[in-house]
Design a protein around this ligand. Sequence first.
Ligand code: ACM
Length: 554
Amino acid sequence: MRSKRFLAVCVALMAAVGLIAKESEPLHVIPYPQSVEMQKGSFKARGAQFNCDPSVDPFSQRAIRGFAIQLSKISGKTSSFATPIGIAKTVQNGTAKGFAFYGDPSLKSGEYRINVGKKAVTVAASDRYGFLYAIQTIKQMLPVEIYGSKPASDKVKWNLPAVIIKDAPRFGYRGAHLDCCRHFFSVAEVKKYLDVMAMYKLNRFHWHLTEDQGWRIELKRYPELTEIGAFRNGTMIGKDWESNDGVRYGGYYTQDQIRDIIAYADELGITVIPEIDLPGHMVAALATYPELGCGTGPYEVRTTWGIAKQVLNVGKEETMVFLENVLDEVADLFPSEYFHIGGDECPKDEWKNSPECQAKIKELGLKDDEHGTAEQHLQNYVTYRMQKFLEKKGKKIIGWDEILEGKLEPGATVMSWRGAKGGIQAAQAGFDVIMTPNSHCYLDYYQAEDKIHEPLAIGGYLPIEKVYELEPTDQIAPENQHHVLGAQANLWTEYIPTPQQLEYMLLPRLLALSEVAWCQPEVKNFERFKQTVISHEFPILKSLGYSYCLQIEK
Ligand code: ACM
């Protein structure tokens, strides 16, 4: 009796210090897969052969080979990569050994299956996204050392728990946005942002490239936009709107750098969606070409934050041609089928007083009506003209939810940011929507209540639990829920001057957004998520050199 009790105490102690794995323990994977059936036993990954069916596409083969190389380097034993024919057959008849990757056309885009047995890990997908996501899942199941750059210690056990995983994304659009205008982030920093997106299976990078405070994209047709518009004569200090540090600030991405980032993102399974914010948020362009304004200059690239009253004079045909030329060149750079045309926060004061805008309103027969003011209808005219222009180039537009004011034409996608109401209204009216309500998705808000000890932020309070709570289809009738393409985290950078602070605001809240966009509602579980973030994701992020907020531990 005594020895039995002693044994029980020993087992409990061993379990507590993690010496024996619990079969029922959930996987340390974020976003958590749709179906996980734990099995008995484990697979020894160190030195295991990687076999990939030759019919698997070259992109996936590259990613699989890259994984084999990383595992070899870190585990200290070579995992060779080969492409013998008939991998699916070996899986079917149970003779597969090592890692076995093969195509299964019955799976949807992004869907994958992983079966970890004692002798083999079989991985099936129908396209490159499925294989990429499967690799991310396996990496998260391995010891944290797999993310390192140096060989790990001999003590690391390279075992994968036996398990059957069936997984697929809930939403096709799983986004993260970055404002590179209020503060500028280098190509290397943008790539690091993309890396962490890919780890958590996010697949749309919304790149905010133009603003009142800086124009960040090189255009061959308008080189002055970056010669003049990419630099400001100082930045306000903290929240003192009257101040200016007097330090010239700026930067922009050349077209070669942009192509490089697009290609880098593509390799990670991420589509880059450019945003040219119009017809407001255009002071940097107005400082470059004052003739496109409503005559309220002189203009200078803004040194303070907030909403500018100075907007484009869209009553002038010259301005519309400028916009079309800009969109033409930007659209040619980005292969994405979506193009974000902004549309937010465009005050109408200047249009009310502009003879050209009023003449245009008259010419188009626009009037105040139950949908909106004549000036809001004038913005609809701009939106629709850009929409038609981009349509001819094979692109669809996304706009912030202000584009709904007045009358929006079919075919536009609405990005709901002033809460979810714009998205709900748009989906009910038959428009596609992307949910990014500031109540749940604005990662520039404080993440801890104790603001004194946090870096200065724009305001608000958005703890990680609240991000996790978002249900993108909430209050949308079942028959309209298919209009919800997905969700996105937004990172505005007025108060984020450094890459370290950028990562701190992003992480780990981005991981919560990843489960919002990937997981079916019944799979979400904040307690499981929290434990995984603390025990597994923080060490991964640390080894990769990311900064992150520890608030979730409190
Ligand atoms: C926005 O936050 N102005 C879209």
